[in-house]
Design a binder for this molecule. Structure first.
Ligand code: PMP
Length: 284
């Protein structure tokens, strides 16, 4: 696995940032995870758009140009020699003497890594489905910004693992918003695909954007509205999306079977569309 840190390329084990980096001290930083499949990036432009949107929201400046970022990312993939992997990008406000307020005139810290990732494991999971638990959402009020301040998500994912579940679904004021690292959908009784609308309560997932586009192109009915945990429990189908899991059926929620306890027809159809889109973009 290889890393890039502010201009230097090298093995991940030798890459380092200052202990005064504000990403380390305050989680004053943002990240992106991009799928590398068949040596190509999936949805690169969308990830770059989300990164720049987050940087603007946090007033972090001084990132290299779009073309320079793409060149660094491509060089790192070629150095890694992996054809399938995950590109991780992190941008922090930079390193400075510890003080909450922004330091003046320090360069941002830009880190990228490429690690191997096995996307093939998702294909059998698409057939079997995964289980999930629900938990109260303890995150902050700007879940639409992809900051490295992930402690509530870390604790929730660990609780899911301890319960032998793949994901923890967050509930806030009765509404189930998204997973700890995934977006969430239910298929309603009438076959509509329902997902929480874009808002400060969820991350604008790239896989979400792509999937909703595919569903609309296939004339499937999509409704973006909040839904309750009770509705989710009664739904015939539930599924997740993320960069690392383009689509995964949830077949068990809090120990109870979802629908018939097996992936349903709408999720299966979307699964075929999502993997066909990956093939179209990357030749995977
Ligand atoms: N929601 C949250 C909270 C996430 O952390 C992620 C993945 N980082 C997602 C949704 C899915 O986003 P994407 O499709 O861009 O991977």
């Amino acid at each position: 696995a290889v890393a890039y840190v502010n201009g230097r390329y090298g093995p991940i084990a030798e890459a380092a940032v200052s202990i005064e980096d504000r990403g380390f001290q305050f989680a004053d930083s943002l990240y992106e995870v991009v799928a590398v499949m068949n040596g190509r990036f999936l949805d690169w432009d969308k990830h770059l758009w989300r990164l720049k949107r987050g940087l603007a929201a946090l007033f972090i400046e001084g990132l290299p140009s779009d073309a320079a970022l793409a060149a660094i990312a491509r060089r790192l993939v070629s150095l890694s020699r992996y054809s399938d992997g995950l590109l991780y990008i992190q941008v922090s406000r930079g390193a400075a003497k510890r003080d909450h307020g922004f330091p003046a005139d320090i360069p941002a810290t830009l880190v990228m890594t490429v690690r191997r990732f096995n996307f093939r494991q998702r294909l059998p999971q698409l057939e079997t489905g995964v289980s999930a638990i629900s938990l109260p959402d303890q995150r902050w009020a700007r879940c639409d910004i992809k900051t490295t301040g992930l402690l509530p998500a870390v604790l929730a994912k660990q609780e899911a693992r301890a319960a032998n579940a793949f994901e923890a679904l967050f509930e806030k004021d009765g509404i189930v918003t998204e997973g700890s690292s995934t977006n969430l959908y239910m298929v309603a009784a009438d076959g509509r695909i329902v997902t929480h609308p874009l808002s400060a309560s969820i991350l604008p997932g790239i896989a979400r954007d792509t999937l909703l586009g595919l569903a609309q192109d296939a004339q499937m009915q999509v409704e973006e509205r909040p839904f309750t945990l009770e509705e989710a429990r009664a739904a015939p189908e539930l599924f997740l999306t993320s960069t690392t899991a383009p689509i995964l059926p949830i077949v068990q929620l809090d120990g109870a079977a979802v629908g018939g306890g097996a992936p349903g027809p709408v999720t299966r159809r979307l699964g075929a569309l999502a993997w066909a889109e990956i093939q179209r973009q990357t030749g995977w």
